[in-house]
Design a protein around this ligand. Structure first.
Ligand code: GLV
Length: 344
C-alpha cells in the first residue's frame, strides 16, 4: 500500500531508499546523470508532483517552488546545512522543513583536519610530483611545509575556530593530539565556547591575528556572508592557513585568491565555494590552495545515515507527525500547517 509520494531530486544512498520502501512510500528519483542537476522548472514540477520533497543542498527551494503545491506536507533535506531553503517562507506557508544534523559532525571534523594537514604539508602537490615521476633524489628542501604540532619550532600552534557548534567543537577535540592551543569565536554561542575546556574565547580580530590555522564552521546566514574578506585576510599572519568546510560564501573568494597569490597568508584548504561548483578565477592555478569538491560528510557510513535520516523525516512529514529533525518546529502550531494537512 502506498503511504504517499516522495520526490527525491537526485539519487540518495541506499539506506534512505530502503527506509522509504519499508514504509510503503512511493519514491521518484529524478536524477538523469551524475553531472547534470535539475533545472528550476524540473524542481518546481517535482515539488508539484509529490507529497514530500527530498532535496539536496544544490537545489534552491524558494517561495516559487514551495507555492507550486498547496498540499506539500514537508521538505526533508539530506544535509545538515539548509541555506538553500527559504525556511521563513516555508513556515509562513505551513511547511515543515527537516535536515540531518549530528551524524556528520565527526566525518566533517575529520575532513577539516585532512585539509589542514594537506595544505600545511603540501600533500596533493607531493603526490602529483610522485605520479609525474619527478622524484629523482631525496633533498632536505623537498616540499618543506608547516608543522601543526610544535615540531621543530617547539612552540604550540594556535588553532582558531570560527563558529563553535557541534562541528567546531569536534575540530577542537582533534587538536589535542597536536598539542595545539585553541581559540574560538562564535557570535551566537559564546557560552558554548566558554563551557568547553578545550577552547579559549577570543574576539574575532584577536583570533585572526593570533592563529596559525583558522578553521571556519559557522552556519551561512546574512551575518556570516563574507565574514572573511580582504580586511580579515590581511589581519592573519603571513604564515597562517585558512580552511573552509562550512559554506563557500563565508569567504569572499576573490579576495582569498588575491591573498593567496600575493602571500598575505600561507595557504588555504577549501571544500566549499562561493558559487559552487564554479571557482573564482585563478583559484585552481594557485600552488598554495588545496581544493576538494564539497566532500566533508562523504563517508559511506555517514552519507548512508544522512539518507536514512532524510527518509525518516520524510515519512514523519507524510504521516502528519513531527519530524525528528525539524528546523522550524514552530510551524506545527500554525494555522497554515493545520490547513495544509487538512487539504492533503
Ligand atoms: C553538507 O554540506 C551538509 O550541509 O550536510
Amino acid at each position: 500500500m502506498s503511504q504517499g509520494h516522495v520526490f527525491i531530486t537526485r539519487r540518495i544512498p541506499d539506506p534512505g531508499m530502503k527506509a522509504l520502501a519499508e514504509a510503503g512510500v512511493r519514491a521518484t528519483v529524478f536524477q538523469k546523470n551524475e553531472e547534470k542537476g535539475l533545472t528550476r522548472e524540473e524542481v518546481i514540477a517535482g515539488a508539484r508532483s509529490c507529497d514530500v520533497l527530498i532535496p539536496l543542498l544544490t537545489e534552491p527551494i524558494d517561495r516559487e517552488v514551495m507555492s507550486a503545491n498547496d498540499t506539500l506536507r514537508g521538505i526533508a533535506q539530506m544535509a545538515v546545512g539548509f541555506n538553500n531553503i527559504d525556511v521563513e517562507v516555508a513556515t509562513e506557508l505551513g511547511i515543515p522543513v527537516a535536515n540531518t544534523p549530528g551524524v556528520l559532525t565527526d566525518t566533517t571534523a575529520d575532513l577539516t583536519w585532512a585539509l589542514l594537514m594537506a595544505v600545511a604539508r603540501h600533500v596533493p602537490q607531493a603526490h602529483n610530483y610522485m605520479v609525474a615521476d619527478r622524484y629523482k633524489l631525496w633533498g632536505p628542501n623537498l616540499f618543506t611545509g608547516a608543522d601543526l604540532s610544535p615540531g621543530g619550532s617547539e612552540q604550540r600552534k594556535v588553532l582558531g575556530i570560527i563558529g563553535y557548534g557541534r562541528i567546531g567543537a569536534a575540530v577542537a577535540k582533534r587538536s589535542v593530539g597536536f598539542d595545539m592551543d585553541v581559540l574560538a569565536y562564535d557570535p551566537f554561542n559564546k557560552d558554548g565556547v566558554t563551557a568547553d575546556p578545550l577552547a579559549e574565547w577570543a574576539e574575532f580580530d584577536e583570533l585572526l591575528e593570533q592563529s596559525d590555522f583558522v578553521s571556519l564552521h559557522p552556519l551561512l546566514t546574512p551575518e556570516t556572508h563574507h565574514l572573511i574578506g580582504e580586511a580579515e585576510l590581511r589581519k592573519m599572519k603571513p604564515t597562517a592557513y585558512i580552511v573552509n568546510a562550512a559554506r563557500g560564501p563565508v569567504i569572499d573568494e576573490k579576495a582569498l585568491v588575491r591573498a593567496l597569490r600575493e602571500r598575505w597568508i600561507a595557504g588555504a584548504g577549501l571544500d566549499v565555494y562561493e558559487d559552487e561548483p564554479a571557482m573564482a578565477p585563478g583559484l585552481a592555478e594557485l600552488d598554495n590552495a588545496v581544493l576538494l569538491p564539497h566532500i566533508a560528510s562523504a563517508s559511506i557510513d555517514t552519507r548512508g545515515k544522512m539518507a536514512w535520516m532524510a527518509a525518516t523525516n520524510a515519512v514523519a512529514h507524510l504521516k502528519g507527525q513531527r519530524a525528528p529533525n525539524a528546523v522550524n518546529p514552530e510551524v506545527y502550531d500554525t494555522e497554515a500547517y493545520r490547513q495544509r494537512l487538512a487539504r492533503s
